[in-house]
Design a protein around this ligand. Structure first.
Ligand SMILES: Cc1cc2nc3c(=O)[nH]c(=O)nc-3n(C[C@H](O)[C@H](O)[C@H](O)COP(=O)(O)OP(=O)(O)OC[C@H]3O[C@@H](n4cnc5c(N)ncnc54)[C@H](O)[C@@H]3O)c2cc1C
Length: 390
């Protein structure tokens, strides 16, 4: 796309991942000048295989952005089945209990990426690919960005810089600290054909190595298998039959016999979060603000709420975009949702990914108790569907 670059914008969004793209789309028609900078050149070839479980709340936002209806394959989750490997206790959350059409939906990252990329063109948003931001600086009056594009170094200014780069440039933001905790786990992702067709149930099985999720997708399932890096390297090297046998013995037969697996990919897992999520004329959203373990399927959902709420704040208060007053209001608005999502996810990883015998018993009792206490189940389900405002 041929985008002319001006010297000055109301807003520059750094990072055209799904969250940066969502914010650009949410601001369309606002009358503000917005520039979206994305480092990758060949966007059309994005084949990121990871499945994303979307909450009911995210569906509503994607619908407002005009994205939802264009997604090619969306599989509803009607029931979530949570169990603990080698122990008693399990819990079932159902859409009926919460009175919603589905607890969530599964789509592929590459599908939402493709649709958003297309919408940016359709809505004629200033979007520059192959634009790698190398430096950002800001003070109380403006933010300045330096980026490389077609071998040239360019400089642009804006009233507000939005960092949606997954956290790669956070160290350059004065006054913002990035906290990192390596989970020493990786996630293996693949599509799995099973002898039982999926019927809307998402299985989450906790094991001492890490959680394994079978998410309903199309006729079958999408797998997210988390384990220590050495185990992941081992299973990536196995041939398909050996891989399926290993997965079957790890997960069991809840989805029947595992028949085939598509190409496998892996992702390193760490908790990263920034405090505070803004500096002078800079705000961090999506994975730049919080990168979470995929166990509770919260990362994209939280990031989408960051983008949506920031866009509403900007549109309803377009007087001095990026002022300290605006950013402190945004921070206060997002604090409970973002902090709650992070603590909830991190606690699940801590409680469920270990061999502790005492915790093993507590996990079983916890899952059974949750299953017998509908108000607690509704609380957990609503938190997963809508965040802190559930
Ligand atoms: C295995 C796995 C499963 C997951 N499952 C779920 C799930 O079920 N539900 C859920 O809600 N979440 C899930 N997540 C989390 C979700 O994938 C992320 O939260 C989401 O993709 C974050 O999007 P983002 O746009 O914030 O960041 P990113 O996707 O990291 O995008 C950042 C963008 O910035 C660009 N960029 C980086 N540096 C620069 C620079 N210097 N200049 C210009 N551009 C730059 C990058 O090229 C990239 O396009 C999962 C994650 C994993 C790993």
């Amino acid at each position: 796309m041929d985008t002319m670059v001006a010297d000055q914008y109301d807003l520059i969004i750094i990072g055209g991942g799904p969250i940066g793209m969502s914010l650009s789309i949410a601001l369309r028609g606002s009358g503000l000048s917005v520039l979206l900078l994305e480092a990758r050149e060949s966007i059309d070839k994005n084949e990121d295989p990871r499945p994303l479980a979307f909450s009911h709340g995210s569906r509503l936002i994607l619908h407002r952005l005009g994205i939802w209806e264009s997604l090619s394959e969306v599989t509803p989750i009607k029931t979530i089945h949570i169990s603990n490997r080698g122990g008693f206790g399990r819990t079932l959350l159902t859409a009926e209990e919460i009175d919603v059409p589905a607890l969530g939906y599964v789509i592929l990252h590459q599908d939402i990426f493709r649709v958003m990329h297309k919408k940016l063109h359709e809505y004629r948003i200033n979007y520059l690919t192959g634009a790698q931001v190398t430096q950002l600086k800001s003070d109380l009056s403006e933010g300045r960005v330096e980026f490389k594009h077609n071998g040239e170094l360019k400089q642009v200014k804006a009233s507000l810089l939005v960092l949606a780069d997954g956290g790669r440039l956070t160290a350059q933001v004065d006054g913002v600290t990035q906290h990192v905790k390596d989970y020493e786990q990786k996630a293996v992702v693949s599509r799995i054909e099973t002898s039982f067709p999926q019927c809307g149930v998402a299985y989450e099985r906790f094991t001492s190595d890490g959680p394994v999720a079978f998410l309903p997708f199309g006729q079958n399932f999408s797998l997210v298998w988390t384990a220590p890096p050495s185990t992941v390297e081992e299973v990536l090297d196995l041939d398909d039959d050996a891989f399926l046998a290993r997965l079957q013995s790890h997960f069991g037969y809840r989805v029947g016999k595992l028949i085939s697996a598509s190409k496998r990919s892996s992702f390193p897992l760490a908790l990263k979060y920034a405090t505070p999520v803004s500096g002078n004329r800079v705000v961090l959203i999506g994975n730049a603000a919080q990168t979470l373990h995929p166990v509770a399927g919260q990362g994209f959902n939280l990031g989408l709420r960051d983008a949506w709420e920031l866009s509403r704040e900007i549109i309803t208060m377009p007087v001095d975009i990026g002022s300290s007053a605006m950013l402190s209001k945004y921070r206060a608005m997002r604090k409970t949702d973002s902090g709650g999502g992070r603590i909830f996810t991190d606690t699940l990883v801590k409680l469920f990914s270990n061999d502790d015998i005492l915790l093993h018993g507590v996990r079983g009792i916890g899952l059974s108790a949750l299953d017998c206490f509908p108000p607690a189940k509704r609380f957990v389900a609503k938190r997963m569907m809508f965040g802190s405002r559930g």
